[in-house]
Design a protein around this ligand. Structure first.
Ligand code: F0G
Length: 464
């Protein structure tokens, strides 16, 4: 299998190839990021995406049941017997007319890809099953990540379910929601709390993994991104293999945007789709490095030679001003996205745009998504808040077809949700007011009534 699949530096002027089994995840020559690459000419590639529909008749086969691995011909790096699946990727792409109305889109145009349905409650399982499979292929015994919470929850579950590896997770102090922390603890991960934030933890976990030879599963790991390509394959499948006009996705470490871009570039090159959709990446305003670099400083992929000087100047400004990422959407509270070059490449090939949305905009969008029947965590709602903004700006036309990615489940991070809907001003202020959120425009407040049958009946008749 190894000469059919390998790793390759993403920069075309370098293009150094690296063995499939290498776990350093950096180009040995130029230090750049790596892709998993394939010799497609020698691999059995389906001639039409409809081919994948046949897999549904084989649902008792665990690999065809997985919403990731049933597409494995499009990321053929692992022999079937090494694949570790826990039934990830059984997720829903749902038409959402109430969300369309909120965003100023026409009915029937707007879809929500709900990755909260994964076993660990977030999209991370799509990538973790692939990274974990590679870890097994290279005989790893320990696997590590830095995390704002969802990557660590996913890793902990794969380690616990397989009993094959020990999970070591690095988290910033006070930065992880209880929903996510509880998963890591319950599933037995060694949890290392660093005095610092996610950006600090990510730097440390890379040093420690190198020193101790621990397998790294952060999205710098290109095998993770191979699994995450399947999110887009499921979107296409749900749309009967029609390519939407827009994919709108929250941006943190930029793994998703990079993976989605790679999926569409490959599908186009393999002749399986005519052209890619456009991609909109949405940052939180308090963690907006990608927005600043792409939209404000004009940094582009530039055929594989992005303007490193501009990027360096911006990173130095973050350092000098000790500017830390700061948003209620803790999942995307990241100022130094490791996949920046890959995301630039994705946006070049997919006509991309980047926007930033405030915490208040995310929470309002989240309440609207919830009222429409899908529960997501604050970071996920950046996609819908971003769609609304792009429609207002006239970048997205109300008649175009857009798919917003809901990256994780509501119960991952309920604190902001409870505060948003609270009728107690102190609860609101303690969580949201002190972070600059002034109003909850779509709050569904609990009704306070005395313990009295007549009063209870009156309240229900009044409100419901
Ligand atoms: N949404 C959620 C719910 C996330 O957990 C993350 C990332 C993102 C969006 C951003 O995705 O990095 O692909 O741009 N969470 C990581 C973690 C950092 O550690 O769980 P990205």
């Amino acid at each position: 299998m190894s000469d059919l699949a390998f790793q390759r530096c993403i920069h075309p002027h370098c293009g150094t190839t690296v063995d499939l089994a290498d776990t350093s995840f950096h180009c040995p020559k130029c230090g750049g990021l790596l892709d998993v690459a394939y010799d497609w000419n020698r691999l059995p590639v389906p001639t039409s995406l409809k081919h994948f529909e046949a897999k549904w008749s084989n649902r008792t086969h665990p690999l065809d049941f997985s919403g990731v691995w049933r597409f494995r011909e499009l990321f053929p790096f692992a022999p079937d017997e090494k694949i570790m699946t826990i039934g990830e990727g059984q997720t829903l792409c749902q038409r959402a007319d109430s969300v369309a109305a909120y965003c100023g889109m026409k009915p029937g145009t707007t879809y929500l890809q709900y990755e909260g349905m994964n076993p660990s409650g977030s999209f991370k399982d799509n990538g973790m099953t692939a990274a974990f499979t590679h870890a097994q292929m290279v005989g790893a015994r320990r696997a590590a990540c830095a995390s704002t919470g969802n990557t660590s929850a996913s890793l902990a579950i794969y380690c616990a379910a397989s009993q094959l590896m020990r999970a070591v997770i690095f988290i910033g102090s006070g930065k992880i929601s209880y929903g996510k922390l509880s998963q890591a603890l319950e599933h037995g991960a060694l949890t290392v709390q660093i005095a610092g934030d996610f950006d600090d933890a990510l730097r440390r976990v890379q040093e420690v993994s190198r020193q101790l030879g621990i397998y790294l599963v952060n999205s710098i790991n290109p095998f993770r991104l191979e699994g995450q390509k399947s999110v887009m394959l499921r979107v296409l499948e749900a749309l009967r293999w029609e390519v939407p006009d827009w994919i709108v996705v929250p941006g943190g470490n930029l793994g998703n945007s990079s993976a989605f871009g790679k999926a569409f570039i490959e599908l186009t090159e393999l002749g399986l789709i005519a052209k890619p959709p456009r991609i909109a990446v949405i940052n939180a305003a308090g963690a907006d490095t990608f927005y600043q670099l792409y939209e404000r400083n004009g940094v582009r992929w530039n055929g594989g030679q992005p303007d490193d000087r501009k990027i360096g100047v911006y990173m130095k400004y973050l350092d000098d001003a000790d500017k830390r990422a700061d948003t209620l959407a803790s999942a995307i509270e990241i100022n130094r996205p490791v996949n920046l070059p890959k995301a630039l490449r994705a946006l070049e090939r997919c006509g991309g745009v980047v926007r930033e949305v405030t915490d208040a905009e995310m929470l309002d969008a989240k309440a609207k998504i919830g009222a429409g029947g899908l529960g997501c965590e604050p970071a996920s709602a950046a996609s819908v808040a971003g769609l609304q903004k792009l429609v207002r700006e006239g970048v997205i036309d109300p008649g175009e077809r857009a798919v917003c990615i809901l990256t994780a489940h509501l119960l991952k991070d309920p604190t902001a949700t409870v505060a948003y809907h609270s009728s107690d001003p102190k609860t609101f202020d303690d969580v949201l007011g002190k972070r600059g959120v002034r109003r909850a425009n779509f709050a569904n407040r609990a009704v306070q009534v005395p313990n009295d049958l007549t009063a209870i009946v009156q309240a229900i008749e009044l409100y419901a």
